[in-house]
Structure formats: structure tokens, C-alpha cells
Design a protein around this ligand. Sequence first.
Ligand code: NDP
Ligand code: 8X3
Length: 250
Amino acid sequence: MAAYSDRLALVTGATSGIGEATVQKLVDGGARVIATGRRQERLNALKDRLGEVVETAVLDMTDTAAVKAFADGLGETPDILVNNAGLALGVQGADEASLDDWDRMIDTNIRGLVHLTRALLPRMKPLDRADVINISSVAGSYPYPGGNAYGGTKAFVTQFSLNLRADLLGSKVRVTSVEPGLTETEFSEVRLHGDKSSAAKIYDGTDNLTAQDIARVIGDILALPPHVNINRVEIMPVCQAFSPFAIHRS
Ligand code: NDP
Ligand code: 8X3
């Protein structure tokens, strides 16, 4: 039997990168998937490629009314929720960063994620088997210059995930915070407001993680026996590690 047959997954941010690779991984393993994102043409291409096992819906995670209406309108309850949609915007220091960028990161990475999760949990909690996979980041644990609000949103995602576990004790719902490091996707292009050449330089000369690497980790977490919960998983490419503390000397 395929690893995820009989399972119905909802993957947000499925039009690109980690979300798209996760949809592919789940479909390869026999799951049916509801794939969401804002870009209709990308969703159409995904459906054309993967066929009737994939349903798509345009959903902007910053539109909390639409998120609630979407969740309430699902005829069948997903037993896998991959809260992947998210973004970083900008690399300026906190004294110069755009408040609009900060608001959009908070609205997408935090507000959208919690509204969708809150809308679905009452239906997922009674299930015999269910998973919530939240895509956080190493940026939620390790501060760096320019990380400011993005790092804050991902620290929220990690801590929210752990707190969900506390609230869901006694149910069969597993919750995992997946915390990737340097992963080549459209992430950097989005962060740099469409500057493709600067975005490409971020990955120059690195043997970075790929979206497929993260999808594989997600797939492995889901394939574990139902009594096993991975609380957090932090993933970096071998070419990435830690820096010493920065010390300013006068
Ligand atoms: P991509 O930019 O390739 O994908 C981001 C996805 O999020 C897209 O499908 C995009 O879809 C969706 N998205 C963004 N804003 C919204 C919104 N308002 N409503 C709905 N969907 C939205 O980047 P990644 O695949 O790398 O990012 C996926 C997740 O992984 C994010 O949460 C990111 O923070 C996290 N992450 C990424 C890392 C990396 O190095 N790449 C490392 C650690 C974590 P659309 O534009 O169609 O709406
Ligand atoms: C993305 C990883 O280091 O660019 O979440 O913030 S990082």
C-alpha cells in the first residue's frame, strides 16, 4: 500500500517551492491533495500535471474571511494540514524596514496560519489519525541582521506548534514544526521584491537544500507510525552552520 493512500491533505502555498514539492510527494505516495495559493495559473498547471487526485482553490491567506469560508466549505475534512504558505519581505534593519512588509509577513505567516488551523481543528481533532505540519524556519531560532519581523513570525510558528501539541493531548492529532535553513525556491526573489539576479547570488556556490529535500522530510514525518510525534525538526544543508556572536567595538 502506498504511504499516504486513504489520506486527504491540504497544502497551502502549493504554487511554488516547498509547497509544490510537498503536493508532488504526497500524490506520489497515494494521497489526495487540496492545493491552495493565490496564483490561479500555477494551480491550473499543478492540476494539469497531477490529475484528478489534486483539487485546487485560490486562497489568499491574508484574507481571514476567505480563509474561514474556505475551511467551512470543505465537504471532506483533510487529515493532513500542511501550513506552508509564507514569505519574507525585505532585508533592511528594523529602523528602516517597511511596515507594510512587516504587516504582510505577520498577516500571512501568523494570522493566516492560525485562522486556517483554528477553523479546521474542531473537525480534525476527533479523527483517528491526523497531522498538522507547520513550516517554520531556522530564522525562528537564530536571529540575524535583517531577520527582524520574519524571524519573529517563524518563532511564533514554532511556539504555536508546540502549544498545539499541549492542547491536543489525548487526541490522535500529531503536530510538527518543520524548520528549514537555506532552501533554493522563489523565497529569495520574493524577499528581494523581484530582484532575480540578487536572489540567485544567495545560492551561488552553495550546495543548498531543495524544496524536494524538505518535502522528503515532511513525507518521512507523515510515514512514521501513528503513535510517534516529531515535535520539531531543524534542517540545514551541510554548507550552512552557525556564526559567532557579533560584537561591536568602539
Ligand atoms: P516560495 O516563494 O517558493 O513559495 C511560497 C508559497 O507561499 C507560494 O506558493 C506562494 O503562493 C505562497 N504564498 C505567499 N503569500 C501567500 C498568501 N498571502 N496567500 C496564499 N499563499 C501565499 O518559497 P518557499 O517554498 O521557500 O516557502 C514556503 C515556506 O517555507 C514559507 O513559509 C517560508 O517562510 C518557509 N521557509 C523557506 C525557506 C527557504 O530558504 N526557502 C527556509 C525556511 C522556511 P502564491 O504566491 O501563489 O500565493
Ligand atoms: C528562510 C531561512 O535564513 O533565509 O526562512 O531566514 S532564512
